[in-house]
Design a protein around this ligand. Structure first.
Ligand SMILES: [Zn+2]
Length: 652
């Protein structure tokens, strides 16, 4: 099948609403805050030193390198997020000169830190001089380079300035000269995938075949026997690996065409699978496509939380085995959910089937957004589905779990990653080809699709995902013939549920459905109005029985949101609550003081605490009292007083 084309974030204007609010927050609060964090100007936050490292590498400051080898990537992701913020402001006819100055300064700093042959990474320029490309397993050189390339592409698209792109083209020349199958080049690849997807992205801007060849090389080479990393370890004399950090941690246990399951470090995996999807999209490689589909089925069918989080194991931040998804010790890194959104999006472009959009939505509205506080100044790295703060403080195996978001992290991959995803969210809503326009995600604003010599412009009015009504008006595109394909989420379908579709006020009886999309094909006229009304009634979700952590339990979903209970609404001891599946779930809009939200209530019961002297174990069954269980969207937890949180509940 022909791949669909994505609509650039530049062709999507985001209006007021759920995403408009968040993009505004990112542009006005998150991006400026993160620039301060990267410059170590947030009192009490973990130091970053990321900007200072580049200054030292550029010879503008003296001192020592601090932080991880991949500290440059935080600056890269920040420039990418700043580029989207500046584009969004420009689309609204606004500018932020201070932000522009900071972004230009950051780009100039990266340029100044670049070595004469194009190489960039402050760690190897300052702390490990002369050791370039010697530790690909852990050095993160190409990982940082990949993020800088992504940032340069975003900056070019946002501003049309080639300043940063040209810096990164020289970098890619340096990488191209060092890596490949040709005589005299290294046949290595980075321990942390990222450069692969970045090179595919670059290729779509430059159409330079060398960039495509290099991207393919990195995908093809990974996992080839004998393994490059093994030979490297021998040279370095680093000895045996920990069993959790074997080759599968790097997705290098076998050539990618032979892999069938999602293994190893969850973020690395997601970024790599993005590149595999890009490869399929560009090259139609049948061998890779089978592997990609199998890994997708495994990752999303057996190794994904109900919140769209992945990587259940804290140690090595990695996938466990099938159906091993503990709620309370979950690692569930924000970046892994971001990676899943990016991966699902690429799958959707290769094969426009709503099954991929369902996963994208699950991850986006739950596991990703939970990573950031409502004010945009605090962040979760780890996104558990059950929290008891006292337990987390007491237990070694909960050390990674927190009930409060952090101001910053020593390893700060997640905060700027959310900023760049939210900033570019318009790019994850639409796709098109000669015959169709797909609306995968409902975002208030407008979108402009190339159509012949003109454009088909759609204006979208919606309060999605708070409400289920989406109104799409054709603004221009007289006579443009396209099948408009509107995603009808899986949660809006099924027994007793449904959706309605109207065209110019007339109900469309039994609309044609293809692969999860309601299809309206016609020659469009300005003023045409399509109204889609989704079924937002909350419902209970159950897991497959193999998932031991959730067997016999249920959680509540409302629209795309997975809901959770917090101590702030239900008191302590959330584990004593049970839901009544026969109870109607009442949902109302609510403002708890941190922006728009909702309150759901379901009938249930609570186990009554016995008197203090009761034996620890006894023959008396528990006694119950009826109660109403109050729930809020999972992504908004921990914006109020510190306390317990829980997603899964026993049912009566
Ligand atoms: Zn992260």
């Amino acid at each position: 099948m022909e791949s669909a084309r994505e609509l650039s974030f530049k062709d999507v204007r985001i209006g007021p609403g759920f995403w408009g609010d968040r993009q505004g927050l990112v542009a006005e609060a998150v991006v400026p805050y993160q620039w301060k964090a990267l410059n170590d100007e947030i009192p009490g936050a973990a130091p970053s030193h990321a900007v200072e490292n580049l200054r030292i590498a550029a010879g503008l400051s003296s001192g020592e390198f601090h932080g991880f080898q991949f500290q440059d990537s935080d600056v890269a992701k920040w420039i990418e997020a700043a580029s989207y913020a500046i584009a969004a402001l420009a689309a609204a006819g606004r500018r932020d000169p201070e932000l522009e100055r900071a972004m230009d300064g950051a780009i100039e700093l990266v340029g100044a830190a670049q070595q004469s042959d194009g190489y960039i990474q402050s760690y190897y320029s300052v702390a490990a001089k002369g050791k370039r490309w010697t530790d690909l397993e852990w050095g993160h050189e190409l990982y940082c380079g990949g993020h800088l390339i992504e940032a340069a592409v975003a900056h070019f698209q946002a501003t049309l300035s080639r300043k940063f792109l040209d810096i990164m083209l020289r970098y890619v020349d340096c990488v191209d000269a060092a890596f490949g199958i040709e005589e005299g080049k290294r046949r290595g690849y980075d321990g942390h995938p990222e450069i692969e997807l970045a090179l595919f992205k670059l290729y779509r801007v430059t159409r330079d075949e060398r960039h495509l060849r290099l991207a393919r090389y990195f995908v093809d080479e990974r996992g080839r026997k004998p393994c490059y990393f093994d030979a490297e370890r021998e040279r370095l004399g680093t000895g045996k690996r920990h069993r959790m950090l074997e080759l599968d941690y790097f997705q290098a246990q076998a050539p990618l065409r032979e892999q069938r399951t999602a293994e190893g470090h969850a973020v690395r995996g997601a970024y790599l699978y993005c590149a595999m999807a890009d490869y399929v999209r560009e090259g139609c490689d049948p061998g890779l496509r089978g592997a990609l589909s199998a890994i997708w089925e495994n990752a999303t069918g057996r190794r994904m939380y109900v919140t769209g989080a992945m990587g259940s194991q804290a140690y090595a931040e990695r996938h466990s085995i099938d159906f091993d998804l503990p709620s309370d010790t979950a690692y569930a890194e924000t970046c892994a959910s971001i990676g899943l959104v990016m991966w699902a999006w690429r799958m959707l472009l290769v094969d426009p089937d709503s099954r991929y959009a369902e996963v994208l939505e699950r991850a986006l509205y739950n596991g990703v957004l939970s990573g950031m506080s409502a004010d945009g100044k605090r962040f979760f790295y780890v996104n558990p589905l059950e929290v008891r703060p006292a337990v987390d403080r007491a237990r070694q195996d909960h050390e990674h779990v927190r009930s409060r978001r952090f101001e910053w992290f020593g390893c700060a991959c997640c905060p700027p990653n959310i900023a760049r995803l939210v900033g570019s969210i318009g790019g994850y809503a639409y796709a098109f080809d000669e015959a169709s326009v797909w609306v995968h995600n409902y975002v208030a604003g407008s979108a402009s699709f190339p159509a012949g010599s003109g454009n088909l412009i759609l204006a979208v009015e919606t309060d999605y995902p708070w409400e289920g009504l989406v109104r799409i008006r054709v603004e221009s595109g007289e006579g443009v013939e396209r099948a408009l394909r509107l995603r009808v989420p899986e949660w809006s379908l099924g027994p007793g549920r449904g959706f309605s579709l109207r065209l110019n006020g007339e109900i469309v009886p039994a609309p044609s459905m293809e692969r999860g999309y309601a299809v309206l094909a016609r020659a469009w006229r300005p003023g045409d109005l399509v109204e889609l009304e989704l079924d937002m009634r909350a419902r209970l979700l159950y897991s497959r029985p193999e998932l031991g952590e959730a067997i016999g339990l249920a959680c509540v979903q409302r629209g795309p949101f997975i809901l959770c209970a917090e101590e702030a609404d239900n008191g302590p001891g959330l584990h004593r609550l049970e839901l009544d599946p026969s109870s109607a779930i009442a949902v109302a809009r609510e403002d708890y003081g941190f922006g728009p939200s909702l309150r759901a209530e379901i009938g249930g019961r609570r186990v009554i605490l016995p008197p203090p002297g009761a034996p620890l174990y006894g023959t008396e069954p528990p006694a119950y009292e009826p109660c109403r269980v109050k729930l809020i969207p999972y992504f908004q937890w921990a914006n109020r007083d510190d306390g317990e949180m829980r997603v899964w509940f026993r049912t009566m």
